[in-house]
Design a protein around this ligand. Structure first.
Ligand code: IMP
Ligand code: MG
Length: 218
């Protein structure tokens, strides 16, 4: 039997929240429709993911591998929660960090090619317990490509945590080991998720409006 993987589901009819109820940067006020996941909720869910990961991987040395750029906020906050657990629990897990940069997106469309465009040599991960930290899994192609590259280097164990997974007919069926939120088939920005590099400097996860897609198009 497959292990049960818990995830907070955001339904297709989710209305989110009006922008006026939260603080968003002035320079993005005209670009956003609604707040879908407020920053505080992201943090609360991340705290629980940290606990689940330490429960399962505690006792082993973990190399946390951040998938840049979109994963950097989640990576940093998740590691802070793991560090807090390490300081306060009987069971603790030594952590080191690594980074890889991948690119697969242009405007709001996933492209068929996933490119590694920077980061450390994956060969340093041989024999290690690796926790891949990603912002969002959509088709699953990025993660499947990374997992296959990584398997050539023979790590001891690989687990994947993604803050978001998208319900999409374009999905390959791939599901990460740990997931924060399952979201509808919408293009989301904020909390380091970008549209052509914009909106990484927005704290909440929001829906972009159609005007903004044209304004920031490349
Ligand atoms: P996949 O290869 O289709 O699973 O796409 C994964 C990558 O596409 C993620 O790591 C993101 O960088 C990007 N991506 C997918 N959906 C979104 C979105 O809604 N907003 C921003 N980036 C996204
Ligand atoms: Mg990403």
């Amino acid at each position: 039997m497959l292990p049960h993987r818990s995830v907070l589901i955001i339904p297709d009819d989710e209305k989110g929240y009006e922008l006026d109820l939260f603080c968003v940067p002035k320079h993005y006020e005209e670009d956003l429709d609604r707040v879908i996941i407020p920053h505080g909720l992201i943090m609360d869910r991340t705290e629980r993911l940290a606990r689940d990961i330490v429960r399962d991987m505690g006792g082993h040395h973990i190399v946390a591998l951040c998938v840049l750029k979109g994963g950097y906020k989640f990576f940093s906050d998740l590691l802070d929660y793991i560090k807090a657990l390490n300081q306060n629990c009987d069971k603790s897990v030594p952590l080191t960090v690594d980074f890889i940069r991948l690119k697969s997106y242009c405007n709001d469309q996933s492209t068929n090619s996933v490119k590694v465009i920077g980061g450390d040599e994956l060969s340093t991960l041989t024999g290690k317990n690796v926790l891949i930290v990603e912002d969002i899994v959509e088709t699953g192609r990025t993660m499947e490509t990374l997992l296959s590259l990584l398997s050539e280097c023979n790590p001891k164990m690989v687990k994947v945590v993604s803050l978001l997974v998208k319900r999409t007919p374009r999905g390959s069926g791939y599901r990460p080991d740990y997931m924060g939120f399952e979201v509808p088939d919408w293009f989301l920005v904020g909390y380091a998720l970008d549209y052509n590099e914009y909106f990484r400097d927005l704290g909440h996860i929001c829906i972009l409006n159609e005007k903004a897609k044209v304004k920031y198009k490349v």
